[in-house]
Design a protein around this ligand. Structure first.
Ligand code: PLP
Length: 409
């Protein structure tokens, strides 16, 4: 008799963004005249850059001819793309990553979820709090969470990242096996200094902790001294997997392309005591369960990483970061305590009164602005609100004017 996976029942309520959409829809139907500005969900709004579009057109034409048509590609990505990734993201910074350590996929969301197939079922998971919800929910689905009690899962170790510790959590006192880190951080917008990242890597090596380093927002880093990759730190290849995405870097949220670096140095004992290579295991997993990202999309990603393409995508990033600057300075001028928005497209605002859903409702009903309540990202997110820099320039400016003037609409 079939039995369904009971761990899904441990997942909490509706997904954060569904609840936001529900409240926004209710408000909109009661006030159809309201001109709502959306600064909530982290989706990009600018179109793909010309270099990417040209490459896609070319690849589409190749598919139309027998001599250049492509069927199944390599499960871990075409070599042309893996080499472009290595050149642009790693060798350019003096980081020795090989193309056979790079795995191309259709999203960092899938990768951060799927990668736990490499973890034994009793691994203890640590996450930053507030956290990108996917790290937690995917571990709940596979039975590593325990029950949800008083706003937290009993078996997950939460590492609070708040204004008090500069949004850089202290390392866990108890034993953990895997630690998810996200820098530049979603939702707080914080980045790490090289020294901070170095001490985290030292902790991980000393305690044989595997770090899952999500740097989906790496392209947004503006501070020269901030590390772009965990592999800039000596020894990190022995303790960290790094996930990157073309979604926010190059506007691929709908196009879908990401990559994960699984270094060959990651060698551990498995549940049977065998010494195993995570790189080989991940290759096996990709080959067994994935048939590769579409050729057209991989050519598009390659073009985004070319000199011309990269110049173009950084132009778009700069444009979003100007929005971030406008939001950050306007909110500060209006008397709010604001964080982030310097090396990330997220602004993390301290909520007056401390109730993030109440402040969400106030922003919606009074100013017709949608943002994301910090409480939706975990207990330590309560008291904050996330705004994104992905709206149009005109809407960003109008939203800030509404708040600055404090007017009820
Ligand atoms: N990781 C973080 C921290 C994110 O914020 C997001 C998207 O919002 C993702 C991963 C998902 O990336 P992708 O679009 O490549 O699945």
């Amino acid at each position: 008799m079939f039995t369904a996976n009971g761990y899904y029942s441990l997942l909490q309520g509706s997904y954060l963004f569904s609840e936001i959409a529900k409240r926004a829809a209710a408000f909109s139907s009661a006030h159809p005249e309201a001109d709502i500005i959306r600064m909530g969900i982290g989706d990009v709004t600018r179109p793909l850059v010309p270099a990417v579009i040209d490459a896609m057109h070319k690849a589409v034409d190749e598919m139309a001819h027998e001599e250049t048509f492509r069927g199944y590609g390599p499960e871990d990505g075409y070599e042309f793309l893996r080499e472009a990734i290595v050149r642009r993201d790693y060798l350019s910074r003096g980081i020795p990553v090989g193309p056979d350590e790079v795995f191309v996929s259709d999203g960092a969301k899938c990768d951060v979820g799927n990668i736990q197939e490499l973890f034994s079922s009793d691994c203890v998971i640590a996450v930053q709090d507030p956290v990108y919800p996917v790290y937690v929910d995917t571990n709940v689905m596979s039975g590593r969470s325990g029950r949800f009690i008083n706003g937290a899962y009993e078996k997950i170790v939460y590492l609070p990242a708040t204004a008090e510790n500069g949004f850089v959590p202290e390392m866990p006192k108890q034993k953990v096996d895997v630690m998810y880190l996200c820098y530049p951080n979603n939702p707080t917008g914080a980045t790490l200094t090289r020294e901070q990242l170095k001490s985290i890597v030292e902790y991980a090596i000393e305690n044989r902790v595997l770090i899952l380093y999500d740097s989906a927002y790496e392209a947004y880093i503006q501070t020269d001294s901030a590390p772009h990759s965990i592999y800039e730190i000596d020894g990190a290849k022995q303790c960290a997997i790094e996930c990157r995405s073309m979604s926010k870097t190059a506007g691929f949220t709908g196009t879908r392309c990401a990559y994960t670096v699984v270094p060959k140095d990651l060698v551990y004992r498995d549940t049977f005591g065998n010494e195993v290579s995570l790189n080989k295991m991940w290759f096996r997993r990709m080959a067994t369960k994935f048939n590769g990202v579409a050729y057209i999309i991989q050519r598009a990603a390659e073009a985004a990483l070319s000199d011309e393409g990269y110049r173009q995508i950084l132009g778009v990033v700069d444009d979003y970061m100007e929005n971030a600057r406008i939001i950050r300075t306007s909110l500060a001028d209006s008397g709010f305590e604001v964080y982030g928005g310097v090396d990330a497209p997220y602004i993390w605002l301290k909520v007056p009164g401390g109730d993030s859903w109440a402040f969400f409702d106030e922003l919606l009903t009074r100013y017709h602005i949608i943002a994301t309540p910090g409480a939706g990202f975990g207990r330590s997110g309560e008291g904050y609100l996330r705004m994104t820099a992905f709206a149009s320039r005109a809407n960003t400016i109008r939203a800030m004017e509404r708040i600055r003037e404090g007017r009820a609409l």
